[in-house]
Design a protein around this ligand. Structure first.
Ligand code: ADP
Length: 475
């Protein structure tokens, strides 16, 4: 663990193993921290806060540029580690390192753009001045699905704003977190500004993060159930909260779209990260007029998606994170098949060699999906594309919005009015219009409803780490 500028063991001296999800092999072990370790990290961050907040934005930007540079230089080794620990194909790991690095550069730039305001007064001898200052110590909890970029997406804005940060990394991917923290050590960030606690049991640490009075903000990325619980706890202690949670993205193919192009987009998008992404499409609504062409293209494309260890050439889908994840996907697929869906491609676990030691589910296409099936409402987090054929264009937006989630949605249409109306009417934070990659460091990422609170990335991202202070000056 990294506390106050040093790599340390857990106070208990305990460690836990980290395994490769493709092979079941133990690839290393890390300290198993607890509540006292979390408190030590918070104490270090609290101690560092004053001096860090007093550095100039330009000094903070220089350090972030330095970390960005190192991340780019180490792309190869970071990607190799990610594939070994998280399982995604090497090319996807390389892309994630690039995406993660983008947040460091963007927020290095953004650090120097935090400005205030001079407001008019009704009274001649009064002045109003608005100042933005760092909120203070940030506690951050990150997931395993994007084990590097989810750290930099929080570090970039927190550090740029002048906040120290304490991480609790996901138990499945602590070594990726260590490698990211090492960049910040090597870049020369002062002791206490960046800290990392690793732990097998996240609960005691979550408890400290949400109750310790020195923590002023909680930022969490993970499941809706845990996020709601932690956000509630943190809010009752008056901490600022941003949470980026689950999703259930609709993907709508309108009658005025090219169904083949849409299917190619859906097949490219759905199997990224083995479907373990909160913006992965979970309901593919295809209009009857294009359904045959769409499904035919999907069958052809999904049949070509190759599962296997991410280190192997040509593999486009890696393992799932663990056996529980495979069980959940299998349960959803069996439920859908029982209720009348078909699986023209895949539909089962992969259990024969070379898949027997890892956690694999076959890239799957489900057709004939309908409301009433578990997969229609529950987030899948697996390589399964559920297709729903619809008839009534006036109803499809309402169907798409009929979910407790509100993170991402996708629309295929070649008609500007159709696309613009859908963009306006969909209740989701991120809408891809004929676009399967609507994310970037400079673009706001976040959801509505049960998908979360706040935005990450973009100009908005840094505001989550700033307090507003008003000065009234009577002359
Ligand atoms: P997933 O189901 O995708 O693993 P989780 O929400 O369980 O999503 O995990 C996301 C992050 O939240 C991980 O770092 C995990 O350790 C952490 N986490 C899970 N449960 C708790 C908890 N009770 N308190 C604090 N952190 C938690």
């Amino acid at each position: 663990m990294y506390i106050n500028g040093e790599w340390v063991e857990a106070l208990s001296g305990k460690r836990f193993d980290v395994t490769n999800p493709a092979t079941g092999e133990v690839i290393g072990d890390v300290p198993d921290g607890g509540a006292d370790d979390a408190r030590a990290a918070i104490a270090a961050a609290d101690e560092a806060f004053g001096a860090w907040a007093s550095t100039t934005a330009f000094e903070r930007a220089d350090l972030l540029y330095q970390a960005w540079q190192l991340m780019k230089e180490r792309t190869g080794e970071l990607a190799a580690l990610m594939t070994k620990e998280q399982g995604k194909p090497l090319r996807a790991s390389t892309n994630e390192v690039g995406y993660g690095a983008d947040f460091l550069r963007f927020f290095a730039e953004e650090a120097t753009r935090v400005t205030g305001e001079w407001l008019p007064s009704k009274t001649a001898n009064q002045r109003f001045l608005v100042l933005h200052q760092p909120v203070g110590v940030v506690a951050a909890i990150t997931p395993w699905n994007y084990p590097m970029s989810m750290l930099t997406r929080k570090m970039g804005p927190a550090l740029a704003a002048g906040c120290p940060i304490v991480f609790k990394a996901a138990e499945a991917t602590p070594m990726c977190a260590q490698a990211i923290i090492q960049l910040f050590h090597d870049a020369g960030f002062p002791p206490g500004v960046v800290n990392l606690v690793t732990a097998l049991d996240p609960k005691p640490i979550g408890e400290v993060f949400t109750t310790d009075p020195r923590v002023r903000k909680l930022t969490f990325t993970g499941s809706t159930a845990v996020g709601k619980m932690l956000a509630g706890q943190a809010a009752s202690n008056m901490k600022r909260v941003s949470v980026e949670l689950g999703g259930h993205a609709p993907f709508i193919v309108f009658p005025d779209a090219d169904p083949v192009r849409a299917a190619k987009g859906a097949a490219a998008l759905k199997y990224l990260n083995s479907g373990q992404a909160c913006i992965s499409p979970n309901r593919l609504y295809v209009h009857t007029s294009g359904a045959d062409a769409f499904i035919e293209t999907m069958i052809e494309r999904v049949s070509r998606v190759k599962a296997g260890p991410g280190t192997e050439d040509g593999v486009t889908v890696g393992p799932l994170v663990n056996e529980a994840a495979v069980d959940k996907v299998e349960r959803q697929v069996i439920d859908a098949l029982d209720k009348g869906a078909q699986a023209p491609v895949g539909g089962t676990r992969l259990i024969e060699a070379p898949f027997d030691k890892g956690h694999f589910f076959a890239p799957t296409l489900l057709t004939g999906v309908a409301d009433g099936m578990t997969i229609y409402r529950e987030e899948t987090f697996g390589p399964v594309a559920p297709v729903i054929v619809y008839d009534d264009v006036d109803e499809v937006i309402a169907m798409a919005n009929d979910t407790e989630y509100g993170l991402a949605a996708y629309v295929y249409s070649d008609n500007m009015s159709t696309a613009l109306k859908a963009f306006e009417q969909l209740r989701f934070g991120i809408i891809g219009i004929n676009d399967v990659n609507p994310t970037a460091a400079q673009a706001p990422f976040g959801g509505m409803k049960d998908s979360g609170l706040g935005r990450e990335g973009s100009r908005e991202g840094i505001r989550e780490y700033l307090e507003t202070k008003l000065g009234g000056f009577a002359l």
